[in-house]
Ligand binder design. Structure first.
Ligand code: FES
Length: 199
């Protein structure tokens, strides 16, 4: 099992391995897997990266680095998904049609803004001035948020708020939704970021 963590500069990442599950076949497989992984230089230049989401629990987020950016992967709960269509009227671009900051891929122009409803994949950089929003997944009244807060993200720099699909609320400094990078779902446990080709 592996995990990836992005540092504050968003430019380096540290891979941590744990839970060996060491069996003979693993030792044989490692050199092969290593040879298939893109080099650090290739990753920095934009090579696709894969994320193992097998340990990602409902209601939690993990971060991987792609092109020096933090990419968030959130496994949303059924309750979080159910809220999304209800708040369209409060959002600046509920259907993700804007293209000023980024263009949402066609496969993410839907109610949940993703390929697989429960799996959200967005770049964790605010479309205003580039701060990294904070997780505010718990609904309800809390500091800096409205009493009817549905859950989402809060940018601490100038108060922009985003829902659980990364869509920005109306009348906020951020001009656009959080970017959805090109990606594809390789299996129930693996997401590839940086490549959405079908072949
Ligand atoms: S950078 Fe996010 S609100 Fe200004």
């Amino acid at each position: 099992m592996s995990d990836a963590v992005v540092d504050r500069s968003r430019r380096t990442w540290i891979a941590m391995s744990c839970g060996a599950g060491a069996i003979g076949g693993v030792a044989v497989a490692v050199p092969f897997v290593a040879s298939m992984e893109p080099s650090e230089r290739a990753k920095a230049a934009g090579a696709p990266v894969t994320a193992d989401i097998s340990a990602l629990q409902p209601g939690t987020k993990m971060t991987v680095a792609w092109r020096g950016k933090p990419v968030w992967i959130v496994r949303r709960t059924a309750a979080e998904l159910a809220e999304l269509p209800k708040i369209d009227g409060e959002l600046a671009d509920p259907k993700s049609l804007r293209t000023n900051f980024s263009t949402t891929p066609p496969y993410a122009r839907n109610d949940w803004r993703s390929i697989k409803p429960e799996i959200l994949v967005v770049v964790g950089i605010c479309s205003h001035l580039g701060c990294s929003p904070s997780d505010k997944f718990t609904p309800g009244a809390q500091p800096s948020l409205p009493n009817d807060w549905p859950g989402g993200f809060l940018c601490p720099c100038h108060g922009s708020t985003f829902d659980m699909a990364g869509r920005v609320f109306k009348n906020k400094p951020a001009p656009d939704n959080l970017e959805v990078p090109p990606y594809k779902i390789l299996s129930d446990t693996v997401v590839m970021i940086g490549d959405d080709s079908k072949a």
